[in-house]
Write a protein that binds this ligand. Structure first.
Ligand code: FAD
Length: 383
């Protein structure tokens, strides 16, 4: 019987892992890829949709399109995980694995911030970002806050990108003079591992009159009074609030014992991404390996786990250790994209090399998306 690999979550991590294993073994492996959703959406497409640059239907990529040897996609919700037994229960049955990969990402919890659901908006879930497409045209005047509500959040550049794109959006509508934009973030600079990237973002903010409120979180909103309350008690008025919700470990992962609690990301061996349970790996946002939560890191982790599975089945040498390196594209507005090449684990401290914003990087980012779609879904398409 061929090796049974069960992959929980078809995001960046799950899709990359599945693709590599299918390419390596074809029908000689038995991969079950499970996700509760019927479509994949790139994180950066959420910004495109909310600012009206893309239509929602164009950025949803159907899992039913995946036709790969050795792979079965199952749309179902994972209800329980038994790591010692490498067994999972879903709404559509129970599955046992020889290798179990948990790639369920980070769950978003807007309700954890008092007042956010009632009086604000969030742009991190697909539903929240897509709904903003109809909210933003109604924003005419007053202060807008892009506010982070928890210390650990996906794609650290995204709040800054949202501010720069909001500036362009309001300018195009002739409403920028009547509005103010502030970004509230729990860091001292926008991208701490890359001073050059942070300087470029802060310079772009200064040029456009965007205020950066550092080392702060938004702890609550007062919907009636339209005030955001920061971690130090400061109150900031808003007309438009665009929040980054609290991120937490999916409850099913906490209940499995893989994570200690809702904010304790799954501990893994930093080199192999294996959890404390043999044959059970955690890749991407769900783990606590120490890299930022971003698709490129989930993808890099998936490659290391895929190489370990290939080495195990073919008897080759152990793969190289996970390096925690990847390139993130940063929307700078004015139709330009920058890039930061970050490396978290290979040196004594994280580094980040900055590529200045350009139109060439706009094309490179588009290629990043379409090449993934080609590889994961087997068809050329715009991300
Ligand atoms: C606005 C925004 C912009 C971003 N921009 C970028 C960017 O430019 N570059 C970049 O690299 N990253 C970016 N990101 C971050 C990126 O989207 C995530 O870090 C990445 O998707 C993480 O991959 P993952 O595989 O760990 O998890 P995910 O991609 O989140 O996948 C997890 C999957 O698990 C499924 N799932 C969860 N629970 C269950 C369950 N109980 N049962 C079944 N299925 C379940 C979910 O449906 C989901 O499909 C951005 C994020 C946002 C919000």
């Amino acid at each position: 019987m061929s090796t049974r690999v069960v992959v929980l979550g078809a995001g960046f991590g799950g899709l990359e892992l599945t693709t590599i294993l299918s390419d390596a073994f074809g029908d000689g492996i038995n991969i079950m890829l499970i996700d509760k959703s019927d479509t994949f959406v790139f994180g950066f497409s959420k910004l495109d949709v909310m600012f009206g640059r893309r239509m929602p239907a164009d950025v949803r990529h159907r899992y039913s399109d995946i036709v790969k040897p050795g792979v079965r996609f199952l749309q179902s919700t994972v209800r329980s995980i038994d790591p010692p037994a490498r067994c999972v229960v879903t709404d559509d049955g129970k599955f046992e694995a020889d290798v179990l990969v948990v790639a369920l990402g980070a769950d978003l919890d807007p309700a954890a911030t008092p007042g956010l659901v009632e009086g604000g908006n969030e742009f991190y879930t697909v539903a929240g970002a897509f709904a903003l497409r109809d909210v933003l045209p109604g924003f005419e005047r007053g202060p807008a806050i892009i506010g982070v509500t928890g210390k650990s959040f996906k794609c650290p550049p995204a709040p800054s990108e949202a501010a720069l794109l909001l500036h362009d959006y309001l300018t195009a509508r002739g409403r920028r003079e009547a509005t103010e934009i502030s970004v509230v973030m729990p860091f001292g600079t926008p991208i701490p591992p890359s001073p050059e990237t942070s300087q470029a973002i802060l310079a772009a903010f200064a040029e456009r009159g965007i205020r950066f409120v550092k080392d702060s979180l938004v702890k609550a909103l007062h919907p009636g009074r339209k005030l955001a309350v920061l971690s130090d008690g400061t109150e900031m008025p808003f007309e438009l609030f665009l929040g980054v919700p609290v991120h937490r470990v999916p409850q099913v992962v906490v209940e499995s014992g893989l994570a200690a609690d809702a904010y304790g990301w799954v501990p893994v061996n930093k080199k192999t991404l294996e959890t404390n349970f043999p044959g059970v790996y955690a890749v991407g946002d769900v783990n606590g390996v120490g890299t930022p939560k971003a698709g490129v890191f989930a993808e890099g982790a998936a490659r290391v786990v895929a190489a370990a599975i290939i080495a195990q089945l073919r008897g080759g040498p152990s793969p190289e250790a996970y390096k925690g390196a990847g390139s993130c594209y940063v929307e700078f507005g004015h139709d330009q994209v920058g890039r930061v090449d970050v490396d978290f684990l290979s040196g004594p401290k994280p580094t980040g090399i900055f590529q200045v914003p350009s139109e060439a990087l706009v094309a490179e980012k588009a290629d990043f998306g379409s090449s993934r779609l080609q590889r994961w879904f087997g068809r050329p398409s715009r991300a």
